[in-house]
Design a protein. Structure first.
Length: 494
């Protein structure tokens, strides 16, 4: 068997070019020729991979035995010979990324054990990779399977209704203005009232000015209805006077503007819902009991009497809950973004600086022309350098153009201007993934998820390591080496 060892043939082939689970597999096949394997002999073939630093990683030994030998291996017939096939798992180790597959065989007969010559049968190249991706450029509200680079939200809503509210509070059983009341003295309430008139001037389309008069529910029903009506009228009178004063200070034409306004007055009566909700949020230990007692009464008169009883016991009801219900409530409704899509696209070409930031970015969503999108996003950066969206969106276009270095800088600029933005972090994660920087990619995806975007699919991609293996038989290696040598010699001769 020792003398004829070269007659034993071996070859190997990966069972799959790609695999998962931290390992690759390779099938080693061989053939023992006729009249080779002694009947009382045993043999162990130990495959191993040897890297170019001389390190060795042994694989699973393969045992064989002759027809009359005591052993545990595959029986090989002396007269006919036999083939064998062994599937070997090769755990991935970067140190053995490029290795030689060798076979070390030991023959044993009786007490005698002989090691055969080590046999190199091929070269193994192992590496890792991730699934290839082909990201699309989309907006978050668009349906798209797979991975995506996202444009920023333009936040533009055509014909969008916007509302501003404020409140004036009144004393018990009164419809007279009293600015010294505690609720009227609160800074947030003063601020809300002062913002009503600038708000009106910001919009061309004023849909309505609603003024509601309300009363607290502890008084007599007819009187409360009268109070709520009067409070809406007093609110309107105050509003008109203050608006006229504001317009004069702003040097605005007064009469024509005020004629355009439409008021809707509502006498809402007693605010029972407001009372119950305020009571639920109050810092009163027995509030649930109080609510049950009041709501169990059959008539409004009985309910009002119960409130009177509670006022005598609980100061918070008298001093905080009921005073906030006696009010004039202002609600101004305006419509913004009245330009048509056609008008916006016309202005993009002739006067982009006349558009708002949101209108400009909205215009880019109206066209599929990448050059036009690039022009718009570049103009957005020029006009609004403080807004991260222009940088993020132009970066997406650069990705489509294959200019990844420029795209990366733009994404990073966007991230500086708007940290913790889910879209920007997603895009940085996709770019890192395509750069094969999977650690950084996972970091960005996790941060994007914390900022609100579902990143379960992208995180699964990052963690899904694919192990690749390539195998060359020894003759192929020698042939490649000879070809390289021939090319080198020819180059030197030239």
């Amino acid at each position: 068997m020792v003398k004829k060892q070269d007659q034993v043939t071996h070859n190997a082939k990966p069972t799959a070019v790609e695999s998962r689970g931290g390992k690759s597999t390779i099938a080693i096949k061989g053939t023992f020729p006729e009249k080779y394997f002694a009947k009382k002999a045993t043999m162990t073939i130990t495959p191993a991979i040897k890297n170019y630093n001389g390190e060795i990683k042994q694989l699973t030994p393969i045992d064989f035995q002759g027809e009359k030998a005591d052993g545990k291996g595959q029986i090989i017939n002396y007269k006919e010979g036999s083939g064998f096939n062994s599937v070997q798992n090769i755990p991935y180790d970067p140190a053995f990324g490029k290795s030689i597959l060798v076979l070390n065989s030991t023959v044993k007969k009786g007490e005698k054990e002989i090691k055969l010559n080590e046999k190199e049968i091929g070269e193994v190249n192992m590496s890792t990779k991730r699934q290839d991706i082909d990201p699309k450029l989309v907006y978050k509200n668009q349906t798209s399977d797979g991975t995506n680079y996202y444009f920023s939200e333009h936040n533009y809503i055509p014909n969008n209704l916007v509302v501003k509210t404020a409140t004036i509070f009144f004393d018990f059983n009164s419809d007279k203005l009293n600015w010294n009341l505690p609720f009227n003295q609160k800074e947030e309430n003063k601020q809300a009232l002062s913002e009503l008139f600038p708000f009106l001037m910001d919009y061309d389309s004023i849909q309505s000015i609603d003024i509601e008069g309300w009363a607290s529910p502890e008084g007599e029903l007819r009187r409360n209805q009268q109070l709520s009506n009067n409070r809406s009228l007093v609110g309107k009178k105050w509003f008109e006077k203050e608006l006229e004063s504001y317009l004069k200070k702003q040097s605005k034409e007064t009469k024509s503007f005020m004629k355009r306004l439409t008021y809707k007055l509502y006498d809402k009566g007693e605010d029972w819902d407001g009372f119950i909700n305020a009571l639920k949020n109050a810092n009163i230990e027995d509030k649930d009991k109080i609510i049950n007692v009041i709501q169990s009464q059959a008539t409004k008169i009985q309910k009002e009497q119960q409130i009177q009883n509670m006022i005598a016991i609980y100061d918070e009801i008298d001093q905080k809950i009921l005073p906030c219900l006696r009010r004039s409530y202002f609600k101004i409704s305006c419509v913004e973004n009245l330009r048509t899509d056609e008008e916006i696209m016309r202005l993009v070409n002739i006067s982009p600086d006349s558009l708002t930031k949101n209108e400009l970015l909205y215009a880019a969503s109206l066209t599929n022309d990448m050059e036009m999108k690039k022009k718009i996003f570049s103009k957005a950066i020029e006009l609004h350098p403080e807004d991260y969206r222009g940088y993020n969106d132009l970066a997406c276009i650069k990705v489509a153009e294959g200019k990844t270095d420029e795209a990366k800088k733009l994404f990073e600029n966007a991230n500086v201007l708007k940290s913790n933005n889910d879209v920007v972090l997603n895009n940085l994660g996709i770019m890192s993934y395509q750069d094969k920087d999977y650690g950084k990619s996972e970091k960005y995806f996790n941060e994007s998820q914390k900022a609100g975007m579902d990143q379960s699919k992208n995180l699964a991609l990052v963690k899904d390591t694919i192990y690749t293996i390539d195998y060359q038989t020894k003759p192929d290696i020698e042939e490649t080496a000879n070809d390289d040598k021939t090319k080198k010699q020819k180059s030197e001769d030239d």
